[in-house]
Design a protein around this ligand. Structure first.
Ligand SMILES: C[S@@+](CC[C@H](N)C(=O)[O-])C[C@H]1O[C@@H](n2cnc3c(N)ncnc32)[C@H](O)[C@@H]1O
Length: 222
């Protein structure tokens, strides 16, 4: 039975290594984990969600698609109640504030043995700044399109001591290296967003204005 998997979740799945034990945090319907097992990529799945109803839906779908034996289910705020014996953690479809609070509550994730696959819905530059300020680094980044939306998906590792420039928190070196065919369209959208911010601040000026202007200049030079 074929799963209704979005391009966004397929791109998250593409960052999972063969044989990985995967923790899907905020699993909702559980489709990502089921897909990773069906395709033979993951060896096991921890599926967790902070809400009972999505977790029940994940359990129902795991049984429906014959994957319940390789999945374990946890009602958990972030990674608080889940076991730590996994290789890759996926956090998809959440905002930056939720992701940052999940990572804040789990300093044990600051370990080279874990890989974080993050697909953030809002305030992405803020999340990237948080990651670098906390010793994480973006090793790979790609893009996926569903409808009119283009989503960045990041593979993050603990590699302290690295930093990015102002514009690189918007368009990372990892994304530039990705050769994604969606890159030109995504860069245009990000640049347009910064241009709008610059235009909006141009009458008042100030620190934010100067900051956005510098970011815009850097993006235009890419
Ligand atoms: C929009 S859905 C995304 C589902 C799926 N990961 C995806 O990308 O399609 C967000 C899910 O995250 C769960 N969630 C929100 N905050 C959470 C937290 N702090 N810990 C675990 N799950 C959380 C919600 O209950 C919801 O099921």
């Amino acid at each position: 039975m074929k799963l209704p998997l979005s391009n966004r979740l397929l791109a998250c799945a593409s960052f999972v290594r063969p044989g990985d034990r995967v923790a899907d945090i905020g699993c909702d319907h559980g489709y990502l984990g089921i897909h990773l097992l069906q395709s033979g990529v993951a060896s096991s799945i921890i599926a967790s969600d902070v809400n009972e109803a999505p977790l029940q839906s994940a359990m129902h779908n795991a049984a429906k698609y014959g994957m319940k034996d390789k999945m374990t289910f946890y009602l958990s705020d972030g990674v608080r109640n889940i076991p730590r014996d996994f290789d890759s953690l996926v956090c998809a479809g959440m905002g930056a504030d939720t992701m940052m609070s999940i990572l804040d509550a789990a300093p044990w994730l600051k370990n080279e043995k874990y890989r974080l696959i993050l697909q953030c819905q809002s305030k992405r530059p803020e999340l990237r700044k948080y990651l670098y300020a906390n010793g994480y680094a973006i090793r790979r980044e790609t893009l996926a399109q569903d409808g009119k939306f283009i989503y960045p998906i990041m593979e993050v590792v603990y590699a302290p001591g690295q930093t990015l420039t102002g514009a690189e928190y918007y368009i990372t070196p990892a994304l530039r290296a990705s050769s994604s065919p969606l890159f030109p369209a995504f860069l245009a959208r990000v640049t347009e967003g910064i241009q709008t911010a610059v235009d909006g601040l141009s009458r008042t000026g100030g620190e934010r204005y100067e900051e956005y202007k510098a970011i815009l200049k850097e993006l235009q030079e890419l």
